[in-house]
Design a protein around this ligand. Structure first.
Ligand code: KIV
Length: 268
């Protein structure tokens, strides 16, 4: 399902109107980005989940602009025609509006991303408006906000009470009014995501938010079964690369130790 046509922000609202689900996957390097694009993934998110998926951190807080740009540029090289969203890391957009504009612009200029994503609801709407006015497409992100892990005391489902659900609907409406082209719904009960999805004309992209969203996003490591210590409830392992890679590495170790690698066919 490889399409050569480059998608743009305007395509995604049309997809929602047509009931055509949007497929989003994270990637952090060129080979995975190439595979994702070849297989029909429509938006590649260079998420700050990079911190846990690739860089060995416990959460997304330590991830820097330089790290994000480095990996986002690699993803672009792997998938030259993909629609790529760069995730703005912790404290690169909330402290100062000018910094936020400059940092967001770096994703477009230095890493050739098509859009940026930032976490937060109605309180970030004025910033989203400024970014969009400056020509930077923005994907919102509400519900469970990984960059708030310290103040939340962990990763908790959002929208469990009616007041919280209404607040999430208001957040999504505020982001839409500010010009966001889509919004990620993370860790939200399916019934609430359904209401949010019905309330806005921009596509909702769910992760742990049920089937009623206009699209789904998954972290590539979860989907490939690369993590073994913890499998989040929202994730489905479509394969078990951890097992396959372990087998390959063990076989390599055994063959080098046993003197059977390299064989004739690998020698000059
Ligand atoms: O960083 C990330 O991968 C994300 C997704 C979980 C939406 O923000």
């Amino acid at each position: 399902m490889n399409s050569d046509k480059k998608l743009s922000v305007s395509c995604f609202r049309k997809r929602k109107q047509q009931g055509d689900k949007i497929v989003v996957l994270t990637a952090y390097d060129a080979p995975m980005a190439q595979l994702a694009a070849q297989c029909g993934v429509e938006i590649i998110l260079v998420g700050d989940s990079l911190g846990m998926a690739v860089l060995g951190y416990d959460n997304t807080i330590p991830v820097t602009m330089e790290q994000m740009l480095h990996h986002c540029a690699a993803v672009r090289r792997g998938a030259p025609k993909a629609f790529i969203v760069g995730d703005m890391p912790f404290m690169t957009y909330l402290a100062d509006e000018t910094d936020a504009l400059k940092n967001a612009a770096r994703f477009l200029q230095e890493a050739q991303a098509d859009a940026v994503k930032l976490e937060g609801g109605a309180e970030t709407a004025p910033l989203v408006r400024r970014l969009v006015a400056a020509g930077i497409p923005v994907m919102g992100h509400i519900g469970l906000l990984p960059q708030h892990v310290m103040t939340a005391g962990g990763y908790r489902l959002a929208g469990k009470t009616e007041d919280d659900a209404q607040r999430l609907i208001d957040d999504a409406l505020a982001l839409e009014a500010a010009g966001a082209f889509s919004v990620v719904l993370e860790g939200i009960p399916a019934a609430v995501s359904r209401r949010i999805t019905a309330a806005v004309t921009i596509p909702t992209i769910g992760i742990g938010a049920g089937v009623h969203c206009d699209g789904q996003v998954q972290v590539v490591n979860d989907l490939l079964g690369l993590f073994t210590s913890f499998v989040p409830k929202h994730a489905k392992q479509y394969t078990n690369l951890n097992h396959a890679v372990s087998q390959a590495f063990s076989a390599y170790v055994a063959e080098v130790k046993g003197g059977t690698f390299p064989g004739e066919e690998n020698s000059f």
